[in-house]
Design a protein around this ligand. Structure first.
Ligand code: EPZ
Length: 418
């Protein structure tokens, strides 16, 4: 397995360009299954998870052509309704093919995604919503089987805000007969991005970005040309890197409007953040103030930034409390950060961090999930000495050539191929 080695103490400065958002690209590429004909997507990030979803879509019969960050997908040949375990287990978001398969083929057999390091990750709300649209759901031998004579619009209430659950139900409802209303829908920018693409395909959707989404079903959808929005979590990760290293970074091709809570909290921590169009300039200077963080569904503070901001609080001056309200086991990075010298105490879904400027020292650590591995790189940037991060395949799932981007900003970082 590849490792990444970081020498701490370098100040980062210069420009970094943000890649397309993994969590927007996954549902948008999957939505190609909803139309006959070739759709073209630009600014698609080059990530393990994107390669996984393309492999799955090909298995289902889609034709795919790639040219750098442009991906062309033709859903005309959709002829297989089964998403096998060996593909779904590689990436949970494969469950996103469920809605489009039921919408187009009126049947689907998708392996249950199972849990992951950060939580059980149930899909009960995906399934309940599809049942309310008329699908008959059975679970056996580790697979979800969904069959529907036809899909009929309905009122759906999500007990919990679910991002991919909202996306799956949107992609089923757009080809259902009549009106569907999804209440307590997720409001993430990735939901709006998917809705924009579906509308360009001919879908009738309103309310995306709010907690009530209304969809009027249509007979068919047409292929589309669409660009993937910038990755707000990659953007936040580089913002934290600038603050940690007392650097001066221009983050280009990002979408500041998608980072309201993150920007607000980092400004309260005393970080100098200046926004100009699609560029965020972050200058780390002076002391970092401790602030309390509570993760929430969008527009609250994103759970995918929790591990990164925990590193910032580890070298702040004071005490901070970070509460993780979205996933039940998303503090796995704490034990690794403590190996680097962070002073963190976990109690239930809260972590208390005693900040200690200059308190981190390099050590061998292990990545456990995607965002946790990013936090280990961030810690390595400011830890005294060398930090070696193992199992970086987690990182490659969601960050496009991150060590190259950090190296271009002046970090002493390299990947050791296994
Ligand atoms: C999406 O996961 C993202 N993944 C996650 O990003 C992100 O952390 C998460 O949303 C929250 O923002 C993609 O978009 C591909 P959820 P998702 O369904 O949709 C519970 C990353 O690092 N729930 O919004 O799987 C669930 O247990 C990844 O890029 C149910 O109870 O998350 C959790 O507590 C990590 N029943 C909460 O809802 C369901 O049917 C939010 O989960 C579905 C979810």
């Amino acid at each position: 397995m590849d490792k990444i080695i970081v020498e701490g103490g370098r100040r980062l400065e210069g420009d970094v360009r943000i890649s397309g958002a993994k969590n927007a690209a996954l549902p948008i590429l999957t939505s190609a299954l909803l139309a006959d004909g070739q759709s073209t997507y630009t600014n698609v990030p080059d990530l393990r998870d994107i390669r996984s979803i393309k492999e799955l879509l090909k298995t289902l019969g889609a034709q795919i052509k790639c040219d750098g960050n442009t991906v062309k997908i033709d859903g005309s040949g959709l002829n297989n309704h089964e998403a096998p375990y060996d593909l779904v287990r590689k990436m949970r978001a494969s469950i996103l093919v469920l809605g489009p398969l039921v919408a187009r083929l009126k049947k689907a057999r998708v392996s249950l995604p199972g849990g992951c390091a950060i939580g059980a990750r149930p899909i009960n709300l995906h399934l309940k919503g599809l049942e309310q649209l008329g699908a008959k759901i059975t679970l056996e031998h580790g697979y979800v089987e969904a069959v529907a004579e036809k899909l009929i619009g309905n009122e759906i209430y999500c007990d919990v805000v679910t991002v991919t659950g909202t996306e799956n139900l949107m992609m089923a409802a757009v080809l259902a007969e009549g009106e569907t209303v999804i209440r307590n829908a997720a409001r993430e920018p990735e939901i709006v991005a998917l809705a924009d693409v579906l509308r360009d395909m001919g879908a009738k959707i309103q309310g995306d970005g709010t907690s009530i989404i209304t969809i009027e079903g249509v007979e068919k959808l047409n292929p589309v040309e669409a660009g993937i929005i910038p990755d707000r979590i990659e953007t936040g990760t580089f913002m934290v890197a600038a603050a940690l290293t007392k650097g001066d970074i221009n983050i280009l091709d990002c979408e500041p409007d998608h980072l309201g809570a993150t920007i607000n909290k980092m400004k309260l921590a005393g970080i100098d953040i200046r926004i100009s169009g699609k560029t965020i300039r972050v200058k780390g200077n002076g002391e970092i103030q401790s602030v309390d963080i509570k993760t929430q569904p969008y527009p609250g503070f994103p759970t995918d930034m929790q591990a990164q901001v925990m590193v910032l609080m580890s070298v702040a001056s004071g005490l901070s409390i970070i509460s993780e309200t979205i996933f039940e086991n998303r503090f796995i990075h704490v034990s690794e950060l403590k190996r680097l010298g962070a002073d963190i105490t976990v109690s239930g879904n809260s972590a208390m961090i005693k900040g200690n400027p200059g308190g981190l020292s390099g050590a061998p650590v292990m990545a456990t999930d995607l965002r946790a591995s990013a936090s280990l790189i961030l810690a390595g940037l400011v830890a005294k000495g060398q930090t070696t991060i193992d199992r970086v395949y987690h990182l490659d799932r969601g960050y496009d050539a991150i060590e190259k981007k950090f190296s271009a900003l002046g970090a002493a970082i390299k990947r050791i191929k296994a």
